[in-house]
Design a protein around this ligand. Structure first.
Ligand SMILES: C[S@@+](CC[C@H](N)C(=O)[O-])C[C@H]1O[C@@H](n2cnc3c(N)ncnc32)[C@H](O)[C@@H]1O
Length: 274
């Protein structure tokens, strides 16, 4: 057995230990992602091998929490991928308009920027009053921040440009109040967002929804896990419901490819067949 093989084995034992002790299941995450993050934590902590990480994780909850944060990449933006949001306004909003009430699920919402972007779009479309946005993640720390809706003022310049390029015509600063280095998002945007802890790997369907956004989450999963989570999305969508994936994600290699039509192939927007 080479030293790489030994490290692989140690990592799979570590993931098993994390699952058994804490219930977080990373066993089917992409190997490249998991290996990179674990080896990085090993160096940062001055540990010599993965077995030492395992021993520390089992005895030290603070360390386990740090590792959990390492494995959950929460990088996000408001109106990330402006062409996607443009297509959302053009191709998805007209479908949503036909429903008397609208339920939207942001799976893997990180610190909430995506859900606030959606609330803005729904408000501008005159649909927010009849919309509920469920924004979920398994990272409670990120969810707590999302719920506060407090973001760095320094980011607002970039988000304003993103918003405008996504087809927004209002003054973006109408959506928040500045307070020194931070901004706080308006209560009128927060009021129909339900923040909830939900793990895509171990939790089940919790609502029947009209639209799911799961962007830049499945890239961290292996093909089997992607298939499993796609099944969860399929079961959560109403017939004719819409699924939005990230720019590097696809339905092509999943068992459910045939069960959707493409609303916008380039922007990865799919409609569940009737
Ligand atoms: C890169 S962020 C994507 C944020 C946002 N969707 C976007 O595209 O800007 C990935 C998020 O997926 C979440 N995540 C990863 N595995 C998850 C799981 N099993 N269940 C729920 N959320 C998960 C992470 O905690 C993180 O917040």
């Amino acid at each position: 057995m080479t030293s790489e093989d030994t490290t692989e084995l140690e990592i799979s034992l570590l993931l098993e230990a994390v699952y058994q002790k804490y219930g977080y299941d990373f066993r089917q995450y992409s190997k490249a992602h998991v290996n990179r993050r674990i080896l990085n934590r090993m160096k940062l902590s001055g540990l010599e091998d993965v077995s030492q990480i395992q021993s520390k994780v089992l005895k030290d909850e603070t360390f386990a929490y740090e590792l959990l944060q390492d494995l959950s990449i929460t990088v996000t933006e408001m109106f990330r991928d402006q062409d996607f949001y443009r297509s959302l306004r053009e191709n998805v909003i007209p479908v949503l308009k036909t429903y008397p009430f609208i339920k939207i699920w942001h799976a893997g919402c990180a610190t909430g920027e995506e859900a606030y972007s959606m609330a803005i779009i729904m408000q501008e479309a005159g649909l927010y009053e009849r919309t509920t946005i469920y924004a979920t993640d398994f990272n409670q720390h990120a969810l707590n921040r999302a719920k506060e809706g407090i973001f760095s003022n320094a980011m607002m310049k970039e988000y304003t440009v993103n918003y405008q390029l996504s087809g927004g015509n209002e003054s973006f600063s109408n959506y928040y109040t500045s307070n020194f280095d931070n901004v706080i998002m308006n209560q009128s945007l927060k009021k129909n967002i339900v923040w909830a802890n939900h793990n895509l790997v171990t939790d089940s369907v919790f609502a029947e929804v009209h639209l799911i956004l799961c962007r830049n989450v499945l890239i961290y999963f292996d093909t089997n896990l992607q298939n499993k989570v796609q099944k969860l999305f399929y079961d959560s969508l109403i017939n004719g419901g819409i699924l939005c994936l990230g720019s590097k994600e696809s339905l092509r290699f999943t068992d459910l490819h045939e069960k959707y039509t493409e609303l916008d192939k380039k922007q990865r927007i799919f409609k569940k067949k009737y």
